[in-house]
Design a protein around this ligand. Sequence first.
Ligand SMILES: [Zn+2]
Length: 401
Amino acid sequence: MQYDVLITNAKTRFSGGKTLQIALKDGKVAKIADKVEGAAAKTVDAGGHLVTESFVNGHLHLCKVYTLAMMDDAAIAAYTGESMGGAMTAIELAATVKEQYDEKWIIENVRKALDLAVKFGNTHIRAFADTDTKARLEGVKALLRAREEYKDRVTLQVVAFPQDGVVRDPGAEEYIEEALKLGADVVGGIPWIEYTDADAQEHIDRMFALAKKYNKDVSMLIDDAGDPTLKTLEMLAVTTIREGWEGRVTAQHSRAMALYPEPYYRKIEYLLKRANIGVVSDPQTGPLYARVKSLYKAGVRIALGQDDIADAYYPFGRNNMLEVAFLAAHLMWMTHRDEMEILYDLITTNAAEALNVSGHKLVEGGNADLVVLNANSVWEALWSHEAPLHVFKNGVEITAI
Ligand SMILES: [Zn+2]
């Protein structure tokens, strides 16, 4: 057989309403044409529906999924109340669940969330594991196990994440290093919760030292509170440039950006471009969010993330990136059709760029990580935010168990 799979009657985002055929071979998109010559082992009729790249989730606290059932709503109330003035208190309240952390029950929750990811065509996830003196290595071990179990269906980038700080949580740094030795993919950070700017910079410096020692990308939760004087996005960008780590760093959240005075925002936008930092925004999980539209226009690598699934910070979530984009369309008022196309980029191609996933493009030679939607356009896809009819990972159709 010349091809592994032939998808027929496929509309793409750029086919102008015309249907095409898409041939897959050895995990790649081998051919896109009106009619592909040559036999395929399997044919899938897309029925005139939209075929696109599969979905990429820029940020998920995967070790905490479904833990809201184990606690009360005090953390959510603190995180979302009073213009996010109590965000740090929320993190402290949320930490109580970690006293019970055990890889054995965490992995069960993780599997449930990843089965949903498969169902909703979410094939790449930057997955954060709390790695600190309370969580120890229980979360990261569960995520590393899941990375292996799901490797043919969902690519997990496991982030070793010191959720409770580095300077203010002595011992966390050693756990991060242990996690990297176990095989974690990315070094995390959350500098804004340190008590002083000097400590925040030290937090960033210590995590960069580990990233450089183990040659890893960096992903930090930045300025996730209602305080325009928080400066850790600037610190992260300046440190990235100083350390020569351009293109290897993402900033998650950066919600304080919503409150920046315009002149300061413009400086930050320049620094983000210069440091080639990716920004991941999750407008559905908090009352403030990064300036997604401006950043996109400026050419900053930007993505959306699910952030949470039923944990101490947010009560919903299904690992459905179309649902995330649907919510973002309302929260950010991106309801024109050209804005919907931007939202779709932020959960597919742009998200892949932000996370350094290469080849995630529906072009000949691109990765055969694709979805066949039950929709004829991006507009319909966001509107209904239904599960895809077919999901392909590495050129193989995958299904939820
Ligand atoms: Zn988060």
